[in-house]
Design a protein around this ligand. Sequence first.
Ligand SMILES: [Zn+2]
Length: 390
Amino acid sequence: MQLKLFNSLGGKTKMFRPVKRRTVSMYVCGITPYDVTHLGHAFTYVFFDALSRYLEFLGFRVIYIQNITNIDDDILKRAEKEKKDWGQFGDFWTKSYLNDMKTLNVRMPAHYVKATDSIPEMIKMISALIKKGFAYKSDGNVYFNIRKFPQYGKLSGFTAKQMVLLLRERGGNPDDPFKRNNLDFILWQGKRGAEPSWDAPFGQGRPGWHIECSAMINQYLGDRIDIHGGGKDLIFPHHESEIAQSESFTGKHPFSKYFMHTAMVMFMGEKMSKSLGNLVLVSDLLKRYSPNAIRWMLLSHKYRLTWEYTADEMNDAKIRMDKIERHIKRLDAKNNDHNAINKKAMADFSLAMNDDMDIPAALRIIELLDNEGNESHTVRYMMSILGFRV
Ligand SMILES: [Zn+2]
């Protein structure tokens, strides 16, 4: 059986076929570095790490790109509040995030790109969008004109009315008097006060959030990519707007063949988020649990289903992990006998993984195998595919 993936674009589970036969281009929206890494971030990036590892196991060459939104309203606001330089402030939290990811054995993407390093690409894209009539200048800003892209909403499936309501909730300012339509979004924010700004043919300013990803994707991966990932909360307006910009810029579609979204992590009955303050920090968990135990706990949840973090479950994952690790340690480290790999169990493992990355089912297979004893070679092999340090 071949790998099947659920595509958020279209809402169906289909056979995975990349644009080029053996190479997979994958872009996952990265963090906005202005605070600590919490379990919601870890769930997303550990999942996409496992996905890229599994694709490699299947024989694909994976080009994985992730960005850092290091210029953004949130960063500027927080840096100003803490009286810090916004650039150093972003670098500090980026380092903290990368440190957490490294500890969790999340591999570095092929390119880890700062938004501020791709400003010329963003300017190029915005200029082209203005020239082609998809964007307009107003009050020093540049907006994308949603009327020029009637497919807007094709990813989320939301109606225009629903999108306006959501935009209001998510700080998208649908009532901005300088917009022609409520759903138009900012491509370029005209210079305001002492904010950092760049020179552009359409005036001094800084890029909007959505254009950052579209430009970096085009720069590093070209007009069409295979997998675009991120948390579910990025579907609207972020990914919806990326599609509008990129497809209008290149004239090609779909800009990403597959969109994959990780579900939200809850804590104390609500979505774990900085604004609510109900955060479980990766760095705190790492004080008490091994990276493997945390990875086990995260991967035991299907990536598309919302779940709630509990300390009980974390402890449970630790107990399971300890037991498996004890068994693996008994193996002779130098003995890598491939004949010792249980082929039937590997087939079951692949079957689970090929079913839209059903990692929870794959972990159950690992546990059953571990309980049988004498199968630690296969257990270790499966764990390494999923990115555990074994
Ligand atoms: Zn993005």
